[in-house]
Write a new protein. Sequence first.
Length: 263
Amino acid sequence: MLSRLTRPQAVAVCALPVVALVATALLAPLPFSLAQPGMTANVLGDNEGAAVITVSGAPTRATSGQLRMTTIEATGPDAHISLGDIIDNWFRTDRAVMPHDAVYPSGQNVEEIEKHNTAQMKESQDAATRAALGYLKLSDDKVKVTLKLADVGGPSAGLLFALGIVDKLHGNGAGGELTGGRTIAGTGTIDADGTVGAVGGVALKTQAAKRDGATVFLVPKDECADAKAELPKGLRLIPVTSLKGAVSALTALESGNGSVPAC
């Protein structure tokens, strides 16, 4: 025999399916990744005991400044990201919730993704070398450049690699450093013709740059708005669209002559 439910009991029983649905939503995996500011590396220096840029076939210059490429650190491609994780990180300025496919190519396993990122890094290094030597009007038959950067994948260090090669071989063109002795950070892909392209996670990369001592940040021009959204105090943004423009901006910044682009 069933006893009659009181109103409070009825409400409680009806609420059980709702609670179950909410709990399931909070715990169910969702197609997102969580990201935070990652490591930076000075392309003019060493990384894990080896020079990032090695040049043979042409004299190089000593440098005291730094050109720091920046990264974001994201949850792994097979990480379980729940609604609760997204809610916890959504309003944090030092975290970002990004579509999984924006961080990792869709339809690939961990091993395939690692190979893809490694291939992108190699293509970026090759393009950076061609862009830098082309800018300096040097032949890659005579000048050989080797780029090494451990545990980093993807194409977004291309601009900084190219600038590092230019600084080591040519400086600012007037006997000084391209950096002017500063710690300069940045991000951006690069094509062999020197065109700079957009990347992701710029707002997190500016935080990584400031954390590691940068006072200037080179950003692809199309991403100025993203970079300004959470810009750390004391970090100056310089928008760029090409290697030539980046070199010109840094030269003007160092010399104090000419205008320096701003976002």
